[in-house]
Design a protein around this ligand. Sequence first.
Ligand code: RTP
Ligand code: MG
Length: 145
Amino acid sequence: PNALPEPPERTLVLVKPDGVRRGLSGEVLRRIEAKGYSLVAVELKQATTELLAAHYAEHEGKPFYAPLVEFMLSGPTLAVVAEGQGVIPGFRSLAGATDPTEAAPGTIRGDLGRDWGLKVQQNLVHGSDSPESAAREIGLWFPHL
Ligand code: RTP
Ligand code: MG
């Protein structure tokens, strides 16, 4: 009968260094809020090698790992925790396909992804891909949450 309410779903969003450099942080936050999600935490941070090694542990050993980490160290990242029903898949659908050249119009990467002919790394945003990833990544970027 009186089941405890589910805690609200949360995801970790990153505006990667290319997005921050291009002045798109506000645009990404605007799209998150316009969709009806709420912002729980927002912080501009310079990532460290240690943080990125933990964040991207699943990709260690892949050919794009070293360039990805180097790119993520190239400037500050805007780290965001967003909350709302279905926000984990919901933000990934806002973000669009990993490769901005393939991302649909209407998505963040489809509308704003530029850097044609450059690297897939520079795809503006990250969004957690599962509840387990979200919990792990939020703990890494916001240890106090
Ligand atoms: P993200 O983790 O950033 O939300 O993106 P995703 O799930 O769509 O992509 P994932 O497969 O998790 O890859 C993480 C990030 O690595 C870079 N990447 N480069 N072939 C490549 O050069 C390549 N593949 C992936 C991208 O920055 C991607 O977002
Ligand atoms: Mg991913």
